[in-house]
Write a protein that binds this ligand. Structure first.
Ligand SMILES: Cc1ncc(C[n+]2csc(CCOP(=O)(O)OP(=O)(O)O)c2C)c(N)n1
Ligand SMILES: [Mg+2]
Length: 379
């Protein structure tokens, strides 16, 4: 007699479902992006915070235009501009404590700078002359990450390790809408939720993954809903509203720090410029769409609030512009210097112990460089 043939009590309904099985309602994001600017609730925002955000947004935009100009002058290989997305960038750079960690993507130079990374060093990677350009452990800013979404499991790993050690550290990881289709995104969210790691995931939904619009990327109700499947609460925010972004990120960081676990934030924004200087955005989107988003500009939104409170004085405008111009001038000056290059550095800081192939290649390069030196000396 097989097991199936053994007589037993008949059960028309299945046994209780395996746990966990929880109510998804508290995890659901808001139906419309959360906003403060342009609403009555903006009146409660701290004036010092508004002024700080304003100065940083102005500086950030100037950084974007200057870095883009440097690509045209051949001083920078590539620059993914975050013009239009500055509110997300600046808020992300400002909400963390010194002991926390930021995990940016290639588009998030402004977040790194707002957190304190030297504006010139932040471009070293994009100039192609050294691996990262700044010391990630000094600023607690991981290298700007080009392979999509790979920074997310790194952030979860760091946050989980900090928690095991009893360190009071939060990791904030940034990713694009396209990056949410990567396996790393799903693995990171799952681990973070199961371990209740102190991580905040910030998706900047700027509508496109290069030329691929969001509708061709996902069929999810919203990207913030993607958290629900893992047990992570989602938040949907107007990514051009610097004050709302600052508030929602601050709440999520606090939640992570106090043991509440991860949060997934979708910031709805728009990439006003092309994907990078190597892209022609007019081939896949209409000017009218860009214009509609330009009319919902993060700097203008904040200016409107500052003006209505009498805070946008001539001095405030002049100081913000002057600081931005000084930063841009320094960037031009430093980026116009040719970086001293050591070709053998190609092999440094990659493996603790070089593989036999790498040793061979290094020896070959060394021999070529020596031969060049000899030839020069003979001349
Ligand atoms: C793993 C991986 N696959 C493909 C690419 C090529 N790639 C670079 S940027 C990009 C689009 C990413 O779009 P999104 O995540 O929305 O970020 P955005 O550029 O809009 O900030 C792609 C496909 C990559 N860098 N890494
Ligand atoms: Mg995108």
């Amino acid at each position: 007699m097989t097991v199936l043939e053994q007589p037993g009590a008949y059960r028309p309904t299945p046994p209780p479902a395996w746990q966990p099985r929880t109510d998804p309602a508290p995890l659901l994001p808001e139906a419309e992006p959360y906003r403060l600017l342009g609403t009555d609730a903006a009146a409660a925002a701290d004036p010092d915070l508004l002024l700080k955000l304003y100065a940083e947004l102005v500086r950030g935009r100037r950084y974007n235009t200057q870095a883009t100009a440097l690509t045209r002058q051949g001083r920078l290989a590539v620059y993914p501009s975050s013009t239009g997305q500055e509110a997300c960038e600046i808020a992300a750079g400002l909400v963390l404590e010194d002991r926390d960690w930021l995990f940016p993507s290639y588009r998030d130079t402004l977040a790194a700078i707002a957190r304190g990374v030297d504006p010139v060093s932040a471009l070293t990677l994009l100039r192609g002359d050294w691996h990262t350009g700044y010391d990630p452990t000094q600023y607690r800013v991981a290298p700007l990450c080009t392979p999509l979404a790979t920074q997310l499991p790194h952030a979860v790993g760091l946050a989980h390790a900090a928690r095991l050690r009893g360190d009071d550290v939060v990791a904030l990881a940034m990713v694009g809408d396209g990056g949410t289709s990567e396996g790393d995104f799903h693995e990171a969210l799952n681990f973070a939720a199961v371990w209740q790691s102190p991580v905040v995931f910030l998706i900047q939904n700027n509508g496109f993954a290069i030329s691929v619009p969001l509708a061709k990327q996902t069929a999810a109700p919203s990207l913030a809903h993607k958290g629900v499947g893992y047990g992570i609460p989602g938040r949907l925010v107007d990514g051009n509203d610097a004050v709302a972004m600052h508030q929602v990120l601050t709440e999520a960081v606090e939640r992570a720090r106090t043991g509440g676990g991860p949060t997934l934030i979708e910031a709805v924004t728009y990439r006003v410029e092309a994907h990078t200087n190597a892209d022609d955005a007019t081939r896949y989107r209409a000017d009218s769409e860009v214009e509609a988003w330009r009319a919902h500009d993060p700097i203008e939104l904040l200016e409107h609030e500052l003006r209505s409170r009498g805070l946008l004085t001539d001095d405030v405008i002049r100081d913000a512009r002057e600081a931005a111009e000084q930063m841009a001038a320094r960037l031009r000056e430093r980026m116009n210097e040719d970086a001293p290059l050591e070709p053998m550095d190609l092999f440094a800081h990659v493996y603790a112990e070089k593989t036999s192939q790498l040793r061979e290649q290094a020896a070959q390069l060394r021999a070529e460089l020596d031969a060049e030196l000899d030839a020069e000396e003979e001349r």
